[in-house]
Design a protein around this ligand. Sequence first.
Ligand code: FAD
Length: 283
Amino acid sequence: MIPAAFEYKRANSVDEALRLLGEHGEDAKLLAGGHSLIPMMKLRLAAPAMLIDIAGIPNLDQIDAASDPLTIGALTKHAKLAASDELQKKAPALWDAANDLGDPQVRNRGTIGGASAHGDPSADYPAVLQALDATFTLAGKNGTRELKAAEFFRGMFETALGANELLTKISFAAAPKSAYVKFHHPASHYAVVGVAVALTIDGGAIESARVAITGVGDVAFRAAGVEAALKGVKTNDADGLAAACAGAASGVQARSDTFASASYRTAMADVFAARAVAQAAAR
Ligand SMILES: Cc1cc2nc3c(=O)[nH]c(=O)nc-3n(C[C@H](O)[C@H](O)[C@H](O)COP(=O)(O)OP(=O)(O)OC[C@H]3O[C@@H](n4cnc5c(N)ncnc54)[C@H](O)[C@@H]3O)c2cc1C
């Protein structure tokens, strides 16, 4: 598994990365942690002529959990998210995902920006960042633009990122009653089904819910029916919570592979939605 030949340049700033992207156009790819891009290159599913290494750009790997909204730099590694006590308190769904992602090698190299930009249909963050209603900041030659997570993730390996854009940061309001649970593939740890939930609770009943599911369809999605059905359900009413989570993936074309059939994925979406709601409510 040897990739096609490529050139390599290191960018020391966002501006330099954008300039290099502009110069090399579609022949170029940004390289962050390399844990999705390099395997793709080794399998010859990608063959960029130019790699622009952004891993060393300063100040893009910070977690600002004291700010409102919380802000995470795109180059923040999974391991740093997993080790953040502040994140555990303020957005535990993201902390859950970072702790249960891949293996130590992946967590110590891969970045939240790379994992988001890759748009893998079985990745964890696309569900978590939709449940957190996160905002993505994209830098391009004409300045920056902001997009909501639901607009950013468009399809299988497809995001709203333009060819000459760089994701710089992700921000979201604190969601202390949030959780992410998944049924992971035993080899890769990717989500066969993963559900992220962010709740607000008033007087022991669910006031509002955001529920997002990954691994089931071509792209992570919000489960609007479940979100509506959860409103008003008492958090100690296990049967009511399970009933509200029924049909979590209805209307979604579920994927089938050698590990899990479409009907299994669809059934597990209900089960893991109920677990994620219970875990979020208990926090
Ligand atoms: C064995 C293994 C197990 C894994 N298990 C899981 C898992 O359980 N759950 C999960 O969610 N993921 C998993 N992953 C994927 C992991 O999260 C990767 O780290 C991640 O998908 C890519 O992040 P990266 O920083 O390595 O990006 P790279 O591989 O460097 O880049 C990926 C893509 O994003 C682009 N890109 C990178 N950064 C930016 C940016 N800032 N702006 C614009 N474009 C950018 C690159 O050009 C490239 O197209 C696994 C990977 C491996 C190898």
